[in-house]
Design a protein around this ligand. Structure first.
Ligand code: FE
Ligand code: CA
Length: 530
């Protein structure tokens, strides 16, 4: 039971500094009052995402006690949904408020707020904030995209993947925020579901256990969002989102888990994980509100005549890992084409046949010079020698789905898609790759370019293993995995420039940053250039 919440619109919009008296409470949650006292309902900060020519999404979540352990009171909140006021301003100081309204912090979604703001001018920055009672959120910056097909001379974005809270601090996020890019693109492993048991950690995951239920996933996201560097990044730049595996479970594929759970049981876990993801991300309710274990995340964003960014979902619809078998082949592993003929099965898909068709239609509709694809896992062929010298391929990335990769690259080639550039996370390494129509033929044309960003903080794999494989993969033009960091990209009509940004030490909360390497792709000339 709770006190009913009756606020006039005008009172809700009272700004910072105004104090409202707390009404009498009758044994209900201490947080359902107008005066929030010492607790901050906006402890998880704010975020914006999905810029369109007339708006964007803004997000917050009421969480006065963000890591509250009672599953019945997520973030310390109980009772019905709560109205939250928002303001959109043309300036950072909120002198010119252009839009205001009230949204609902939805009880069913952990008191998260998702507002699809419309009616704004195209191609400009805006600032936003939220109010609830006497509490005021921090200010976030968002942007609208240019009108479809309108001229745009420059777009900047950073891309990030693989932020393991236990493995290190998020200095990479802070340095990306300080660049104030137009956009930040998250390519997955935004959280890690497991709790580290083997290696020393610099900090400890929420609840101390593997997240596999809705309350545990919620607290994991809340813990990450309490991090000041990640919170700063979301406040500084609107986000485009996709996920990889660790938002649910390591190396899962659709309904198949690495632990060989009954698929119906695993789908219940996936439903909990997707729901918590939705609750914490600035994604569109009209597109992405989850329906049980299903949640549409893939989507495309146009930035005038300059760039279209297609964000793929590489987990929800993929075919099962090739040669998935007990006891130890439930997750990524090496297979040869002889040991595992299933690898070459033409029916297998990384993103599902429906998403492939959507992507091809999206390319056809593109009015942009650069066609950028944000997605989770390594796309270039990466052949690794087995102990007997046979060519081995990793089953969890596109090397486990070569027919699907071939359909994509062949389509780009046949349609002469303008300047395709692929952005990749997952592998905790920097790579720069030429994507060839046929990786096994030296003379086969380069169709697209792949930039792979290292992890924000997650531990890398063995350097020597990747380094040793380089000689068998001449289309891989650069590799290093000894640094944590991110990639900054600047797109102009002439070229796309990528700076590989490395932080000094993920175990230092004040780590510095430097540019490890810079690459470019020239308009009309696919492939990596130094
Ligand atoms: Fe990762
Ligand atoms: Ca991953």
């Amino acid at each position: 039971m709770t006190a009913t919440f009756k606020l006039s619109r005008r009172r809700l919009l009272i700004g910072a500094g105004a104090t409202l008296a707390a009404p009498a409470l009758s044994g209900c949650s201490v947080f359902r009052r107008l005066g929030w006292g010492k607790s901050d309902p906006f402890s998880l900060g704010v975020a914006a995402g999905d810029p369109s020519p007339n708006g964007f999404v803004i997000w917050t979540r009421l969480a006065p006690d963000p890591l509250h352990r009672d599953p019945a009171a997520p973030g310390g909140m109980t009772g019905p949904s709560v109205p939250v006021a928002y303001e959109i301003a043309a300036d950072e100081g909120f002198q010119h408020i252009v839009q205001q309204g009230t949204a609902s912090a939805e009880a069913d979604y952990a008191y998260s707020v998702h507002v699809e703001v419309v009616g704004l001018e195209s191609n400009r920055p805006y600032w936003y904030r939220f109010h609830q009672g006497d509490a005021l959120s921090r200010v976030g910056r968002a942007m609208t995209a240019p009108a479809i097909g309108a001229r745009l001379d420059r777009l900047t974005f950073g891309f990030a993947s693989c932020a393991n809270y236990e493995n290190g601090y998020f200095s990479a996020y802070r340095h990306m925020a300080e660049e104030s890019p137009d956009l930040v693109i998250f390519l997955g492993d935004y959280i890690y579901e497991y709790a580290e048991k083997k290696y020393p950690t610099v900090r400890t995951h929420s609840d101390g256990v593997e997240a596999n239920t809705l309350p545990l996933y919620r607290n994991r996201y809340a813990q990450y969002r309490l991090d000041p560097d990640l919170q700063l990044l979301h406040a500084r730049a609107p986000a485009l989102m996709t996920w990889d595996d660790h938002e649910v479970q390591n190396d899962y594929a659709d309904q198949w888990s690495q632990t060989f759970d009954d698929p119906q049981e695993f789908l219940k876990r996936r439903a909990a994980a997707y729901r918590a993801y939705y609750e914490h991300m600035p994604v569109r309710p009209s597109l992405s509100r989850p329906d049980g274990p299903n949640m549409r995340l893939y989507s495309s964003y146009a930035f005038g005549d300059l760039a279209q960014i297609s964000m793929l979902d590489g987990r929800q619809y993929r075919s099962r890992e090739a040669c998935y078998a007990k006891p130890d082949k439930g997750h990524g592993h090496l297979e040869t084409r002889k040991s595992c003929p299933e690898l070459l099965d033409a029916q297998r898909s990384m993103i599902g046949l429906q998403q492939e068709q959507w992507l091809f239609a999206d390319f056809a509709a593109s009015k942009s010079r650069w066609n950028i694809i944000g997605q989770d896992v390594f796309m270039a062929q990466q052949m690794e020698r087995m102990p007997d010298g046979e060519a081995g391929f990793w089953t969890d990335d596109w090397n486990g789905y070569p027919a699907s990769r071939k359909r994509l690259l062949q389509h780009m080639h046949d349609t002469r898609l303008s300047n395709p550039v692929v952005l990749t996370g997952d592998i905790h390494s920097f790579f720069a790759n030429d994507l060839k129509l046929d990786f096994d033929k030296a003379k086969s044309p380069v169709v697209a370019t792949e930039f792979v960003g290292t992890s924000i903080s997650a531990r890398p794999g063995p350097y020597d293993v990747f380094a040793k494989a380089l000689k068998d993969n001449p289309h891989i033009k650069f590799f290093d995995n000894r640094q944590r960091g991110y990639v900054s990209v600047e797109v102009t009509p002439k070229a796309a420039h990528a700076r590989y940004q490395a932080i000094s030490d993920e175990k230092d909360p004040k780590a510095t940053v430097l540019t490890l390497k810079a690459f470019a792709v020239e308009n009309g000339k696919p492939g990596v250039q130094a």
